[in-house]
Ligand binder design. Structure first.
Ligand SMILES: [Zn+2]
Length: 248
């Protein structure tokens, strides 16, 4: 069973990579949906469409010896890294939590969060058409009692998490006339709120801020990026939100 879960993680990792590579900030939701579902995968170098066996995660990468079957262009390591990461993460969730609703939710959130984190990390952008479904999915799961919180608790958490970031962001803007926090981050935190009891949201924020400060200091002083002024906060919120949901 664990092997099946691991293979499922490889496949999901492969899909997340496709979904990340085919994202463009100028796309409409419909264009993005088309790009990730209808379009067949091709070699980025020679544009040859991949055959069915070349789409099998991990195994095709090993058989092809990290090269395109046609033009021999080297395949980037990030494909296999993401596939293995998701496979291991799925196995870890099932090993520690068993096979139940909570594990299924954790695997879904992990996949969704990794995609959002990659997009925000690269584009400094969290599109509404990706964060809003996360909130609606949380509400649907709460309504049908699939997640650990009630629909009333989910609605309270959404409002609480929205205000928890919106109020300081607004105050900061009035004082400095600068945006200290992106609107995408506020909406993302509200979406995360749909999955957690409101009591845990301040912990998510404190942990996310700690991750953000640590990341900023690492870049600024350890990697000597002296002119750094902005970091993406979305990945910090996503890592923190996932960890708290995993632990509670
Ligand atoms: Zn090629």
């Amino acid at each position: 069973m664990l092997m099946v879960i691991g293979c499922l993680g490889f496949c999901v990792g492969s899909f997340i990579h496709v979904a990340y590579c085919r994202f463009s900030p100028s796309q409409t939701p419909l264009q993005y949906l088309f790009a990730i579902t209808i379009k067949r995968s091709a070699c980025p170098q020679c544009q040859t469409k991949l055959t069915a066996w070349q789409l099998i995660p991990v195994i095709s990468w090993l058989i092809l010896k990290r090269r395109c079957y046609v033009c021999q262009q080297q395949i980037a390591s990030r494909y296999i890294v993401l596939e293995l990461l998701m496979g291991l993460l799925f196995m870890l969730i099932v090993m520690t939590k068993g096979i139940n609703n909570h594990s299924l939710i954790l695997m879904t959130l992990a996949s969704y969060f990794v995609l959002l984190a990659l997009i925000d990390f690269n584009y400094y952008l969290l599109p509404d058409f990706l964060t809003q479904p996360l909130m609606w999915l949380g509400l649907i799961c709460a309504y049908f009692e699939l997640s650990d919180i009630t629909i009333k608790s989910a609605l309270t958490s959404i409002l609480f998490s929205y205000l928890l970031l919106k109020i300081p962001a607004t105050v900061f803007y009035f004082i400095t006339q600068k945006h200290g926090l992106g609107q995408g981050d506020v909406k993302l935190f509200a979406a995360i709120g749909a999955w957690l009891p409101y009591e845990w949201l301040p912990f998510v924020l404190v942990l996310a801020s700690s991750i953000g400060i640590f990341y900023y200091l690492c870049l600024k002083y350890a990697l000597k990026q002296k002119w750094l002024t902005v970091i993406p906060f979305g990945p910090c919120l996503l890592i923190s939100g996932f960890l708290i949901d995993y632990l509670v």
